[in-house]
Design a protein around this ligand. Structure first.
Ligand SMILES: Nc1ncnc2c1ncn2[C@@H]1O[C@H](COP(=O)(O)OP(=O)(O)OP(=O)(O)O)[C@@H](O)[C@H]1O
Ligand SMILES: [Mg+2]
Length: 255
């Protein structure tokens, strides 16, 4: 059965999509991976497929959620890397949920949907939007493990404690068996002393919950959004620091 890992934080621009995309890609070098885009921006879809998100119109994660069955909505990127894509229409997920679209627990639709394909993958990697709405709650509730993303800003610092509290609330839902696997500190600009100070504060406050790996801002990592994975001459340089994180992540989720 797949291990389901979600990357989240409600603060925008904290490298959720880049990190979940790189992790999905690197895992697929060895394992069968399903990437799930739960953000109506469709950034993970665009990043991993390098296609226009409207190419997937009518065959997205939203249709899978509506059917509570993922099987007919999965796209193959490579043999081992598949995706449930997203586009703007996913923004109407809450409207669908509360207008009688679903009669079960509204937080558990994604869990039910992914259960239909979990035996076909080793890892399912879920990217979430910058908000604590239904898409994020569904992702947290479907997960075995959650990575809280922290980019070194004051707003992300205040978001972090509220994100972790939200995870604790979700853990109390019936049938949820999710752990917060760690806080990943990233997007660090090593020249900025305020970045270093915030890193230190989060390290002191959350201790061992923080991964040892700290990801820095690099031009090559930023350009993955432009060049993608399959035809990117600087990919090795761009993903080097993510390999250290992945090693730690795999150790923690298999403990
Ligand atoms: N390590 C990095 N180095 C340099 N740039 C990065 C790095 N990680 C992400 N970026 C860039 O920073 C921007 C925000 O990253 P990303 O889209 O991954 O964040 P996000 O948390 O998913 O944002 P949103 O909250 O909008 O979903 C993007 O332009 C991305 O290319
Ligand atoms: Mg994103």
């Amino acid at each position: 059965m797949a291990k389901i890992i979600t990357f989240g934080i409600q603060k925008g621009g904290s490298s959720k999509t880049t990190t979940s995309g790189v992790v999905a890609y690197l895992l697929s070098e060895e394992y069968r991976v399903l990437a799930v885009d739960m953000d109506s921006q469709g950034n993970l879809t665009e990043l991993l497929t390098q296609q226009d998100i409207y190419d997937f119109q009518g065959v997205t994660v939203f249709e899978a959620l509506k059917a509570q069955d993922a099987r007919e909505y999965i796209h193959k990127i490579t043999d081992k890397l598949h995706i449930l894509a997203a586009n703007d229409l996913l923004a109407t997920f809450s409207k669908w949920l509360y207008n009688g679209g679903y009669h079960g627990n509204p937080s558990l639709v994604l869990a039910e949907t992914l259960a239909t394909v979990a035996d076909q993958y080793d890892y399912i990697i879920v990217d979430t939007p910058p908000a604590l709405g239904e898409q994020t709650i569904n992702a947290l509730a479907a997960s075995d493990h959650v990575v809280a993303m922290f980019e070194a800003s004051k707003f992300c610092y205040t978001a972090l404690s509220r994100f972790l509290e939200t995870c604790v609330h979700v853990q109390q839902l019936p049938e949820v068996n999710m752990e917060i696997v760690g806080i990943l500190r990233g997007m660090i600009d090593s020249r900025r002393t305020d970045n270093k100070a915030l890193l230190q504060i989060v390290g002191d406050e959350y201790g061992d919950l923080c991964f040892d790996t700290i990801l820095t801002r690099t031009a090559a990592a930023g350009r993955i959004s432009i060049n993608g994975f399959l035809d990117n001459p600087e990919l090795n340089v761009a993903v080097t620091q993510y390999r250290d994180f992945l090693k730690e992540l795999i150790e923690r989720v298999n403990k």
